[in-house]
Design a protein around this ligand. Structure first.
Ligand code: HEM
Length: 397
């Protein structure tokens, strides 16, 4: 048996389920503050299967959905410490996750720039995966995380997907390259989002489960949120996707890395906090801050959730650098839920977290003073560099 496989078993068995009590502590804090707590509803076949019928992975997914399992896996990348066997080799063929390791090795370098920040493609892939899964709710017959956003013309045709064309083309390219190794478009989309998240500095390493089936039928319209939606509409819409109000707060933190293009085209490139391409808590504090730097562009929908009495306390609880790990954990749990929306058979999925790149727990911007100037509106010429996650040269004017 290969050492990498042995280590993978140890990692998955031991560490990914460590510290379940910490999740509980955070949800207890949120509940004390009057928040809804994390989402806990079951999905897919886990709703009706008894515990005796569950596979090991089925049990792990169930625990995560219930809010008791650990949704992150911070160390299993080490399972490939001897290297990745060549694609198509017998060693690779006996490891179900080997193809995902090859895909991750191709994706990761495409998603960061020379500054170490994640780039425009990474951000768009995270949004793309949310939009593929988000067309499911408990009242619709849409099939959620099914690859349909890229398998149909949804990406190019529907207004809510404006700006996602490049990301769609990219997942089509990756899928075409690896489909003969048994990967579905739906899995490629969710995996790309999780690779994109973990390569953003400070981003969570979210456990990845493979096994989604493709459906080449466009999802129903009207199930994705809009940037001017009020809090009632957003909270109701996510509740119908089994996501609690506190879950919405954690998920919106994805805007920590983002830069808007389409809400105000005159301000294309303006980020949602002063550290674009970095997965930090600045987004939560600066959304609440009337004196945030000039180029911080706040979505009305984010402001509505930040200030709503049902979600304000949880928002505020994340608005501090010390909340990074509790927010990452909450985001990871809620994101796994998003990535499984509408997927019927969760009990037969396979965990391939070990194929994900390592997380990056600290980050010092190599160009902080230039980034500060950009954020104050004094360095428009840096917009494209920031899109690409590249260093802003010290002499750029
Ligand atoms: C109330 C819910 C939400 C609303 C109204 C919303 C709306 C938006 C809008 C309008 C943009 C800017 C798109 C552009 O101009 O290019 C955006 C960007 C983004 N959103 Fe959301 N979003 C929501 C929830 C989420 C969730 C749950 C996730 C992830 C799980 C997410 C991830 C992202 C990312 C990563 C970007 C950056 C995309 C880029 O830079 O190309 N959003 N969102």
């Amino acid at each position: 048996m290969r050492a990498s496989f042995l280590l993978a078993v140890v990692c998955t068995a031991g560490f990914t389920t460590a510290f379940p009590g910490m999740d509980k502590t955070m949800s207890e804090i949120q509940a004390r503050q009057g928040g809804s707590g994390p989402s806990t509803a079951l999905l897919g076949d886990l709703v009706h299967l008894s515990d005796r019928q569950l596979t090991r992975t089925g049990r792990e997914i169930k625990a995560i959905l219930r809010g008791t399992g650990n949704p992150q896996d911070l160390i299993s990348h080490a399972s490939y410490f001897l290297g990745t066997p060549p694609l198509g080799s017998w060693l690779c063929n006996i490891d179900t996750c080997c193809v995902w390791k090859h895909i991750a090795d191709e994706m990761a370098p495409a998603l960061t720039g020379t500054a170490g920040r994640c780039n425009d493609l990474a951000r768009a892939l995270i949004r793309l995966a949310f939009h593929d899964a988000g067309t499911w709710d408990i009242h619709s017959d849409g099939t959620g995380a099914d690859g349909s956003i890229a398998l149909t013309d949804e990406c190019d045709r529907t207004p809510e997907n404006r700006g996602l064309g490049t990301a769609c083309d990219q997942v089509r390219t990756w899928h075409a390259k690896y489909a003969s190794h048994g990967v579905s478009m739906a899995d490629v989309i969710q995996f790309a989002a999780q690779v994109a998240t973990v390569v953003c500095p400070l981003g969570p390493r979210i456990r990845f489960f493979a096994g989604r089936k493709d459906v080449a039928v466009a999802g129903p319209r009207g199930l994705l949120p809009g940037p001017f939606d009020d809090a009632d509409r957003i909270i109701d819409m996510f509740a119908n996707k089994t996501i609690s109000a506190d879950g919405v707060v954690a998920l919106l933190g994805a805007h920590s890395a983002s830069q808007q293009h389409s809400i105000d085209v005159d301000r294309a490139g303006d980020p949602q906090d002063s550290t674009p391409g970095v997965w930090d808590t600045e987004y939560f504090s600066e959304t609440l801050d009337d004196d945030a730097p000039a180029r911080v562009f706040k979505f009305q929908s984010d402001l509505n959730i930040a200030n709503d009495p049902r979600t304000h306390a949880t928002w505020r609880s994340y608005a501090d650098p010390s909340a990074q790990s509790s927010w990452n954990k909450a985001y990871a749990a809620e994101y796994i839920r998003v990535s499984l929306l509408g997927v019927p058979e969760l009990n037969s999925m396979t965990e391939c977290s070990r194929a994900l790149p390592p997380s990056r727990g600290s980050f010092d911007a190599p160009d902080q003073s230039q980034l500060d100037r950009f954020m104050q509106g004094l360095l428009d010429t840096a917009t494209d560099l920031l899109f690409n996650g590249d260093v802003i040269p010290a002499d750029l004017q």
